[in-house]
Design a protein around this ligand. Structure first.
Ligand code: LLP
Length: 401
């Protein structure tokens, strides 16, 4: 929960907006940088979680690499300070234009997800007289025990290359002269909370697969274990920084690496989720026969996670927290303004009595929030407001004469 003076300041700002707690963000990144050194694990930030320039500039300044999944992410990461040789590029559907731009930039590696993709990159590298570094994304067939939309490591999956294609894959890698094979890439899912169990299992599978490739004569320099560390959506104040120590420790304990072999991880959500809060205002309170609705000015266009995944985000009434009257609580269906029945922030949420104009905080929205926003219903995109630059934010009064 924000403190009184911050609430007073942000109460002047036009809603909805994403409020970034820059102190928490920097503490999170600094903590990860320390652990990365302690466990000798290389970190590539998964840019897809949040592309805010200020965040990327800070992350790149700490020496992290970037994990990208589109040509535009590659170019953006590069413009935010990530050197080309620290940018890896995954994704099942890279277009020729995207491959061309990344080739020209000289990125650290293409994380290839199909045999045909390797073939195309080899051809294009040949055509332009270049050599492309390639890692291969392998589907390790592991259940990450998470939401079905964000589990990516099971056998029947569009991501990565599965075991039945290993022999063909090894043959292609050996005869493609315009690529350098540098490693194997894995990513089994997101918002993983059974950290010990799932990552220990992933490491065991990975050890076997790495050995198989090396036995076939392919040197695996990089072992990239992907991202996926979960955050605490239920208690963001109790656990503002994800359990990186357990994650890194589990990996260090279970992965087998020989001299010179590097281990990479690609956290997205865990680096940025807790540092942003979507701030909205109650527009109207509507009493139904059996329910009370709070209609907010932020909707599924600003944050689609509840509508798309049924995701839970904690919601607080910041204005009510400052009042000494209105002691009672009430159950509300909290909804957005968009013309879709799925535009619901939470059903039956218990909140202090809320009134028009109250400032509401939708917590843990730094990851997969702004990046998945749309202009559906021609709504404006919610801007970023930074805790260390509150004066620069547009005020409510700016919009009225
Ligand atoms: N590496 C690869 C190859 C990935 O596909 C992803 C995420 C990551 C790393 C980063 O994973 P993270 O550390 O953020 O869990 N929109 C969904 C999440 C989709 C994740 C996609 N891949 C959500 O809002 O929950």
């Amino acid at each position: 929960m924000l403190d009184t003076s911050t609430i007073e300041q942000i109460d002047q700002i036009a809603t909805p907006f994403y409020y970034y707690d820059m102190d928490l963000f920097r503490r999170t990144v600094d903590h990860v940088a320390e652990l990365a050194q302690k466990y000798d694990i290389k970190v590539h930030y998964a840019v897809k979680a949040n592309v805010e320039r200020r965040l990327l500039e800070y992350i790149s300044s700490k020496g992290f690499g970037a994990d990208c999944v589109s040509g535009n992410e590659v170019l953006h990461a590069h413009s935010c300070g990530f050197p080309a040789d620290k940018i890896v590029y995954a994704g099942v559907g890279k277009s020729d234009k995207e491959i061309y731009n990344a080739l020209k930039l000289g990125i650290e590696a293409f994380n290839c997800e199909s045999l045909q993709e390797i073939f195309v990159i080899n051809e294009m590298a040949h055509h332009y007289g270049l050599k492309a570094n390639v890692s291969v994304r392998i589907n390790p067939d592991i259940d990450a025990h998470t939401h079905k939309y964000v589990t990516t490591g099971l056998y029947e999956n569009k991501f990565g290359i599965s075991q039945h294609e290993f022999d063909k894959l090894i043959e292609i890698l050996k005869k493609s002269e315009h690529i350098n094979f540098i490693g194997l890439h894995f990513h089994i899912g997101s918002q993983i909370t059974r950290v010990n169990e799932v990552y220990a299992l992933e490491c065991k599978r990975v050890n076997d697969i790495v050995r198989y490739f090396e036995d076939e004569g392919l040197k695996v320099e990089n072992i990239n274990l992907g991202g996926g560390l979960g955050v605490d959506y239920d208690d963001p104040d109790g656990n503002p920084i994800a359990d990186f120590e357990t994650w890194f420790g589990t990996i260090a304990q279970n992965i087998v690496r020989h001299d010179g072999q590097k281990v990479h991880v690609e956290p997205g959500r865990s680096l940025v989720a807790q540092c942003a809060t979507l701030i909205s205002r109650v527009l109207f309170v509507k009493s139904g026969e059996t329910k009370n609705f709070l209609i907010m000015d932020a909707g599924m266009n600003d944050l689609i996670r509840p509508a798309l995944y049924g995701a839970y985000h904690m919601i607080e009434n910041l204005s009510a927290s400052q009042r000494t009257f209105f002691p009672t609580h009430q159950a509300y269906d909290i909804v957005g303004p968009v013309c879709e029945s799925s535009d619901v922030w939470g059903a039956g949420r218990l909140l202090p009595l809320s009134v028009r104009g109250d400032l509401m905080a939708i917590r843990s929205t730094g990851a997969y929030g702004q990046v998945m926003a749309s202009r559906y219903n021609m709504k404006d995109l919610a801007p970023s407001v930074f805790s260390d630059a509150l004066d620069e934010a547009p005020k409510m009064t700016d919009y009225f004469e």
